[in-house]
Design a protein around this ligand. Structure first.
Ligand code: NAG
Ligand code: NAG
Length: 340
């Protein structure tokens, strides 16, 4: 029987702070998205105000549990959703280590046998911050000689892959973006590393990287890695180094920010599906990863959703229901069906 795949549906996290965002013209169901945007922003505002994230996290877990069950039934696959320790209680590398531990455990011969999984047909997937973990874990697994069974493919949906440069064209265009604004994205991503407010302050000015990190900027140099269509007429300015008075090792670690992996680490990566959304602060992370993978000969299938917004997969169960979420789900699951 067709018990064939392991899909790690890693959870995504979205948060925000304003209450109204102008909608681009091409957005489907724009009144719904406007309402969602306002609700997301209000909820997050409340929840962050209380210093708790319970409500939001719960809603997401339910949405992803639903998606994982649906995927398992549709593909007749074994799907494992990984729960991991969350910020702000836990910082990097806790989340990465939890993801890696779960995958390594599943890849053990006896576990694959127990669940009747074909070791040659395993996929890792994730969206948003889950896409970050999926990317980092796949890099680690493929480059670890001690792991016998490898990943056949990775599916990365609007993933967050870097914070080295916090002023990419997609950051500029979505500074007050739908669901995810630059300011909130910076606050949230900072919590992955530290509670100290100095990091988001430096990151807003794009001055947070340590002095000795200049060699890493070539891996996220959007003036080279972004296709012209997205680069437009934006002027590239190099981030200023050393604006943070102490050094956080995580900021230069590719396990936290997988776009920082060098070319030899990327070479062994499997077939990759990347989906990016036009109206998304994280758009250029995904686009640059497409370029970097193709540059070293990794096979990449890339879908770009012109009317897409960040985090659409979280909106597939009532009361948060968007056709965009279903469209994205159907696109990548039909791709999995053909390729896995
Ligand atoms: C980024 O690329 C531009 C060329 O488009 C180059 O002038 C600049 O030095 C590069 N910066 C870094 C840090 O690699
Ligand atoms: C790439 O990174 C890995 C892991 O950090 C390192 O061992 C290796 O030497 C690097 N390769 C090159 C060509 O820089």
């Amino acid at each position: 029987m067709g018990l064939k795949a392991l899909c790690l549906g890693l959870l995504c996290v979205l948060f925000v702070s304003h209450f109204y965002t102008p909608m681009p013209d091409n957005i489907e169901e724009s009144w719904k998205i406007m309402a969602l945007d306002a609700i997301a922003k209000t909820c997050t505002f409340t929840v962050m105000g209380l210093g708790k994230r319970l409500r939001r996290t719960y809603a997401e877990q339910r949405a992803f549990d639903f998606l994982n069950r649906w995927t398992a039934n549709t593909l007749d696959a074994v799907v494992v959703g990984v729960d991991y320790r969350l910020a702000p209680q836990h910082h990097f590398p806790a989340q990465f280590e939890d993801g890696l531990a779960a995958v390594k455990f599943f890849l053990l011969e006896k576990i694959l046998t127990k669940y009747g999984v074909d070791p040659t047909r395993i996929c890792i997937s994730g969206d948003s911050s889950g896409g970050n973990l999926a990317t980092a874990v796949t890099q680690q697994v493929q480059n670890d000689a001690e792991i016998k069974h490898k990943i056949k493919m990775q599916v990365l949906l609007y993933p967050g892959l870097q914070i080295t440069d916090s002023y990419l064209p997609s950051h500029r265009e979505n500074e007050q973006g739908i669901v995810l604004t630059r300011d909130v994205a910076i606050k949230l991503v900072s919590l992955y590393f530290t509670k100290d407010e100095a990091l988001p302050r430096a990151m807003r000015r794009n001055q947070h990287m340590p002095l000795e990190s200049r060699h890493l900027f070539k891996f996220v140099n959007w003036s080279i890695l972004l296709p012209e269509k997205y680069r437009k007429d934006y002027v590239y300015t190099e981030p200023i180094l050393g604006g943070l008075s102490y050094s956080l090792p995580g900021l230069t670690d590719s396990r936290a920010l997988p776009l920082l992996a060098n070319d030899s680490q990327l070479q062994n990566l499997p077939l990759t599906y990347i989906l990016t959304c036009q109206h998304d602060l994280l758009r250029d992370d995904g686009l640059m990863y497409v370029t970097r993978l193709r540059n070293v000969g990794v096979q990449v299938v890339h879908d770009h959703i012109e009317d897409g917004i960040h985090g659409a997969l979280s909106y597939m169960t009532s009361p948060f229901y968007l056709r965009l979420g279903l469209r994205i789900r159907d696109m990548y699951v039909s791709w999995l069906d053909k390729n896995l």
